[in-house]
Design a protein around this ligand. Sequence first.
Ligand code: 26V
Length: 821
Amino acid sequence: MYNPRFEKETFKKEVKHNVKTLYRKTIEEATPQQLFQAVSYAVKEVIIDDWIATQNQFKKDDPKIVYYMSMEFLMGRALGNNLINMTAYKEVKAALDEMGIDLNAIEDEEPDPALGNGGLGRLAACFLDSLATLGYAAYGCGIRYRYGMFKQKIENGYQVETPDNWLKEGNPFELRREEYAKEVRFGGNIRVEYDDSTNRTKFVQENYESVLAIPYDMPIVGYGNHHVNTLRIWDAKAITDFQLDSFDRGDYHKAVEQENLAKTIVEVLYPNDNHYAGKELRLKQQYFFISASIQAAITKYKKTHDDIHKLPEKVIFQMNDTHPTVAVAELMRILLDEEELGWNEAWDITTKTCAYTNHTIMAEALEKWPIDLFSRLLPRVYQIIQEIDRRFLIQVRERYPGNEEKVRKMAILYNGQVRMAHLAIVAGFSVNGVARLHTEILKNQELRDFYEMMPQKFNNKTNGITQRRFLMHGNPLLADWVTEKIGTKDWITDLSLMSGLKKYADDSKALAEFMDIKYKNKVRLAEYIRKHNGIEVDPRSIFDVQVKRLHEYKRQLLNILHVMYLYNQIKEHPEMSFFPRTFIFGAKASAGYIRAKEIIKLINSVADIVNNDRSINGKLKVVFIEDYRVSNAEIIFAAADVSEQISTASKEASGTGNMKFMLNGAPTLGTMDGANVEIVEEVGMENAFIFGLSSEEVINYENNGGYHPQDIYNSDPDIRKVVDQLINGTYSNGDHEMYRDLYNSLLCPKDGSKADMYFILKDFRAYAEAQKKVEEAYKDKERWAKMALLNTACCGKFTSDRTIQEYVDDIWHLDKVTVEI
Ligand code: 26V
């Protein structure tokens, strides 16, 4: 697509102009960071036109809008992605080349906006990309954290966290929009008064603290359609004494307190993934961005509509997990107290606009706020939740007379806690899981009582990923090859066309080309590893990759124990045939998750020993990639041979990394968990390596008190040897205590939990056998190439475009917008 607005000479002039006006410099004098800024401003200039055109189109068409409410948006870098979606990447690259500027180097100057932890935040980012590309009106609503996900350093094998000051140099793509600020109130008390003139009881919040929420807007560019949506993230600012109630004016202490509240609220993203910690500041963050977002949505709606009852025709609030669930009570508050509706009317509107997505069944992730904390911080919202609960329990008792057990199990307020998931299910009209298996587990296990009472709410939306970032941008060689082979670029917006590659599955020439691209991408990753880790890896070895957050259920421990086992095998049988393998890890552990950090240390210790053992002739290498994040992920997926998806079955809701590997031609080595099940369904069992307990088996063991890892330890000498190496000093310079906790977690935990809760030893043999099959398959070059190619060819289902279209068809019912330019 030719893009006149990126005409070479015009664009070059624009960049020169920006360098001059921003920095009083010439191109030659500018630093790489300054060039990044200048180029970004030149790109933004063009985006803004489309952004305005899109907003004008919205005014004309008045489409229904989805507000995607999320505590996290793991956007990754914007420059390259925006260029791709503006269909100007190659033009701009050429223009910059002529100026002696390397676009890739410029892109590397951009910090990764890491306003998210992992899967849930990255999914939100892929969804925004697809919403804009499909032409739907959408806002992402979130928080502009001053510090995003921490930067990870590895020092002496240990993870060290340092702050991510991503805004240090300024963010060229954002717009501060002070004029749309909203006030958000915390604490105080509620005075109830009766208004005779209207016959209404009024609830007045007094003695509260408040902050101003200031929106920053970032453009979300659709692919090749001039559609630009908005990611609106909120910053906090103290309300100046000028704006304080006249009563409070001049109250110095209050002014200082509000200043502090504003500063702390948006200070940092909590780096927990799947673990609820019950921190008051976290609840403040939640209410802060939700209140501001809902207020803004209502203001916007009312500007062009006069009947608030019709809100559900124009607005959807999609809650990304339970973190934004306070939205339902905040919406009720506004409808009751500000719009002065009756309860039933307000409830009718709320339950037609709010919908909830569940992203995990891990019990420790469930948000349950202590009532005393919650009611102190959000007194009016709490009253409303009490009333929602009261009315809901009447229904439960009607449906299950005399069954107080049901009432206890389903209540929103119970045992001194507010159960956010129950609130989300009761108030939302839709509850969805993120992969078929996950949704079935929700219906039949975790949320069984709710499913029984309101089955119509439950539905599945299998996750997806955007091919624009994870193929076009991350793997341009393969992207161009795909276009050539299937004879069209249309896969960029219709991933089902990838099936056109299937006809090359037995074409030796095509297979060789495909593997040659893989090889080049492996060379690129090997260079990255040399530069960042100082480790030499052989691009001809099998690149076996596990990159994701560090969590026990994801079982990086199983992976590294297996590496230890292989190392033992090679040492014991030096004559044994063994295809060289590079095991690549990348993972951040939540700062307070001690056991996860021990696993990182173990991986690095094993790497130290194995990589420096000359006697094994480089057959085995272990690499831990520091600071795994979106930007290096793109390089890693492109270079992977094997995709490790080895979670304990039933625990991984979906996984999305699995899909990114598949897209880039890496077969899955995994359990029947999350979306792996659907991946195998698409690509065929023969093109994946599946092993281990099924989710039913895992759940069965769990319901019967676990299993006995000691039996396995006693009967399998290879496993015993590996487990013993955790405490005999092999990987710890003779220190017998360094990995004692990991050893205990497998055999005899000291914290009262079950031994080997994640079935690592139980699945070990099956995993080792599956790994053996990987090696056999890889040795047969043509067979492997065919498997790899078929993975790319069969990935069509896993585009987030498909996922979003399903959300639109079944939940949101949005209108398509065509931006006229
Ligand atoms: C949960 C919690 C719990 C409370 C405290 C802070 C916090 C922060 C983040 C999370 C998110 C955990 C849920 C999550 O990321 N789930 C992942 O969602 C992906 C997208 O649906 C899915 O592919 C992964 O399987 C799932 O683990």
